[in-house]
Design a protein around this ligand. Structure first.
Ligand code: CTP
Ligand code: MG
Length: 605
């Protein structure tokens, strides 16, 4: 890949500026030479156009009717052809360079955004909508592409055409030249007037488009819920309302454009007519030659026409500016530092954890964890039990530093956790998330996802066996090469969970966290996984979050959480011996189990 497009070598944060034009200029780093080349080619093309009119003037005034020779005529004809070729070549070159600039800048921007979004914090992703991020990385990036491809270069073209032709006209006859541009300041004023309004209208249009794509994305993800509740009509109405709003805003935007055109067209048309008329009078009076008049009628078009377009470009540029703002809002977000840390660990973790009055809250709302204190020796298994929302997931999410604890002290192998580099923690800590997620890739790719080395088939199978999923995979025709998700097989919730367990086991973490990892698995399979895990838990610190007493009773230490606080702490035997939530849950679950057995027995009879 070309160096200029590689994201690692370039930090787009430089391109964040309150001055949007400056920011856009910075975004072009590495491509400015190409852009200047494009502009220069334009200048050459524009100059040759003007020279063509001067040649015409020379032909009319000095050659025509002066007993022209065939040689002179041929020379002049060749001159016209040469100039046309010259102009064509440089117009082409300029277009090509401009396209390279725009596509190159945007290619890099897209790569950068993708990488950047992946590196933003969990907190950021908790609060941002996927649809909105997608829209900013596609539609807004595309608006920037248009900015670089058409608008930035277009402005250069217009300014050049204007400057060159006006200079020449001023030299031919300054009075006529000045008369021909009196309308220009008015057009600029009108453009600025529209620029402000179009910016606003476009911003609100893009916002609505983001809302719409969020709605679409959410409804696609939740299509099962919509169908299950037969809420299609309701969702359709909601979508239609949003879509109608977008239509309205789009119409308003177009209205602005369609108002701008006739106003400037009339102005430009009148200006040109007036210029032609006054020029003709001057030619009749003999103030200017016929050749000058002819050259003038050619050139004045290249002054007035670009001015009319300048307005359009200024108006269109406003969309680029708005999109620039929307894209840099993402770029501005701080990345989660992965490798930074005041402590540089070497080797593997032992897995000794000491929580001392650890407190935590998500963005300074109500506390989620309150003064959590416990210690866990290397290799111990620790279980968390508690009602939903009691803070179990939040607690284990602190360990790989997905979130930062807000109070107290949490040491890992004797070192404060906040001193560890995140990347190291995430390599050492394996977490089976509560909501399993698989990529639309093969099962093999999903299982080996976190391992940064080549793994043998035997290793993959061993992990799959431990997660009690090997037998299921073996029934698929393509085995481990079966595609998962949209283009392949659809796995059940429990199967997904087990693939994720296999993935985590394969990465051989020093600390293993199973967050409700067997919630979608039947009791029999859970027993099989538990038995396999017991062997794998040897030598590594393990956190088990589960709702079944049978899953947590094997732990060396059981914490019972309630509303973010530890209400009970001890081994299974200790907790059974004391009154409290643990014994209540135990009694409840054994009673259900006994009743179930009785039912099964009666059915069997
Ligand atoms: N919470 C939050 N922001 C998040 C995640 C959770 O504010 N990004 C809040 C939840 O609203 C909840 C509390 O944090 O009140 C604890 O959530 P969690 O740790 O996920 O609870 P669990 O004990 O894991 O609940 P469950 O058994 O349902 O998984
Ligand atoms: Mg949870």
């Amino acid at each position: 890949m070309a160096l200029a497009t590689s994201t690692s070598s370039y930090d787009l944060k430089n391109a964040v500026s309150s001055n949007r034009l400056r920011g856009l200029w910075r975004m072009m780093t590495g491509f400015r030479l190409k852009y200047l080349g494009a502009t220069l080619s334009l200048a050459l093309a524009a100059t040759s156009k003007t020279v063509t009119y001067l040649l015409l003037r020379h032909y009319v005034d000095d050659v025509l009717g002066q007993g022209e020779s065939a040689g002179t005529l041929l020379l002049i004809a060749l001159g016209f052809v040469g100039l046309a070729l010259f102009e064509g070549t440089f117009t082409f070159l300029s277009g090509r360079l401009a396209a390279q600039t725009a596509e190159g800048v945007v290619l890099r921007l897209r790569n950068y955004l993708f990488d950047h979004i992946q590196r933003l914090s969990f907190t950021y992703h908790d609060h941002s909508q996927t649809g909105e991020l997608v829209q900013r990385s596609t539609s807004d990036v595309d608006a920037l592409r248009r900015f670089f491809a058409d608008q930035a270069i277009g402005v250069g073209r217009i300014v050049l055409l204007f400057a060159i032709n006006l200079t020449v006209l001023l030299n031919l006859n300054w009075k006529l030249a000045l008369f021909s541009v009196i309308v220009v300041p008015l057009i600029v004023l009108i453009s600025v007037f529209f620029f402000k309004r179009v910016s606003k209208a476009y911003e609100s249009y893009q916002e609505q488009e983001a809302t719409l794509s969020s709605t679409l994305q959410e409804n696609l993800s939740g299509v099962r819920v919509v169908k299950a509740f037969a809420r299609q009509a309701y969702e359709r109405d909601r979508f239609e309302t949003d879509n109608w709003e977008k239509f309205q805003r789009g119409r308003q935007l177009l209205m602005m454009h369609s108002l701008y055109w006739p106003v400037t067209d009339i102005l430009c048309g009148l200006q040109m007519l007036a210029g032609f008329f006054v020029g003709a009078l001057m030619a009749i009076n003999g103030t200017i030659t016929v050749g000058t008049y002819m050259a003038y009628t050619g050139m004045v078009i290249w002054i007035i026409w670009p001015m009319r377009n300048l307005g359009r470009l200024i108006v269109q540029m406003s969309t680029g500016m708005v999109s620039y703002g929307r894209v840099t809002e993402i770029i501005e977000e701080e990345r989660e530092p992965l490798t930074a840390g005041t402590y540089s660990p070497n080797g593997d973790l032992r897995g000794e954890l000491v929580f001392q009055d650890v407190c935590f809250e998500y963005d300074s709302s109500s506390p989620v964890l309150k003064e959590i204190s416990f210690r866990c020796e290397p290799g111990q298994a620790l279980a968390l039990l508690g009602s939903t929302g009691s803070g179990k997931t939040s607690l284990v999410n602190l360990l790989p530093r997905f979130y930062e604890y807000t109070g107290g002290s949490l040491t890992l192998d004797g070192v404060e956790l906040s001193a560890y580099p995140r990347e190291y923690l995430r390599q050492q800590i394996g977490i089976v998330e509560q909501e399993p997620f698989l990529f639309s890739r093969t099962i093999r790719e999903n299982i080996t996802y976190g391992v940064g080395r080549d793994v043998s088939q035997a290793e993959i199978e061993a992990a799959a066996r431990a997660a009690a999923i090997h037998d299921v995979i073996a029934t698929f025709p393509d085995g481990y090469d079966t595609l998962v998700g949209e283009k392949g097989v659809t796995l059940s919730g429990g199967q997904k969970q087990r693939v994720v367990i296999a993935r985590t086991l394969l990465s051989d973490p020093r600390i293993l966290i199973l967050d409700d990892a067997t919630s979608s698995v039947d009791a029999g399979t859970e027993g099989a996984i538990r038995a396999a895990l017991e062997g794998l838990m040897q030598g590594r610190t393990t956190f088990i979050i589960a709702h079944r007493i049978q899953s947590v009773m094997i732990a060396d230490l059981i914490l019972v959480l309630d509303k973010g606080q530890i209400v009970q702490k001890g081994t299974h035997q200790e907790l059974l011996a004391q009154p409290g939530i643990y014994r209540e849950i135990y009694d409840l679950q054994t009673r259900i189990d006994i009743e179930l057995e009785r039912e099964v027995a009666s059915v069997a009879l």
